[in-house]
Design a protein around this ligand. Sequence first.
Ligand SMILES: C[S@@+](CC[C@H](N)C(=O)[O-])C[C@H]1O[C@@H](n2cnc3c(N)ncnc32)[C@H](O)[C@@H]1O
Length: 210
Amino acid sequence: MTSDGHRLFAWAFARISPFAERGGLSERRRALLSRAEGLVVEIGSGTGANLRHYPPAVTEVVATEPDPHMFKRLPKAAARAGVPVRLGQVGADRLPFRDSSVDTVVTTLVLCSVPDQAAALAEALRVLKPGGRLLFMEHVRSDDPKIAAKQDKRERFHMRVAGGCHPNRDTLAAIGAAGFEVEQAERARFPGPKITRPHISGVATKPAVD
Ligand SMILES: C[S@@+](CC[C@H](N)C(=O)[O-])C[C@H]1O[C@@H](n2cnc3c(N)ncnc32)[C@H](O)[C@@H]1O
């Protein structure tokens, strides 16, 4: 995707996503993020839609985002958060944290877009403390073979118009394959294009060392 493409996607995302937030996405974010605590690292914060939902058990959120067109929208959202927020313009592949130093990692609508999902999940696992939580809310590959075939067929086009987003990833399987223990996962239907359904949200933990 070109830089102009990314700029256009960030502009469109900032204008279109409020409709999905009002249509139920905001409540889903709040429910998911009520499980966050301590030092939280968000991967691909986008326009910062999660930031106002963090509970007081969170001591600090580090909102990371590599795309400059998204990143420039984050300070406004950070100013409205009820917990301290620090911003970092970095990608999922190299989080600036020591091994086993983070309590909670959050990915919402981002594991569809990272170029290397396995590498992003490995990095999340690396920075989490043993027993630390990955909170995720993602749109994933459909269970319906007909819809999944459409997701495969439209993948390249969708990537071009939607910031590199792959609509056909089996993200829950990838979370398990990365070494997380999936504690809870639920499927839900959200407003939005059919190609980006269903959504999953849940909690996975980094296994504690013996
Ligand atoms: C659809 S937006 C979602 C933004 C936000 N997480 C939310 O829930 O509204 C996808 C985000 O993933 C980010 N992204 C893409 N590649 C990434 C990478 N390698 N590392 C971190 N974030 C990435 C994009 O820049 C974009 O902000």
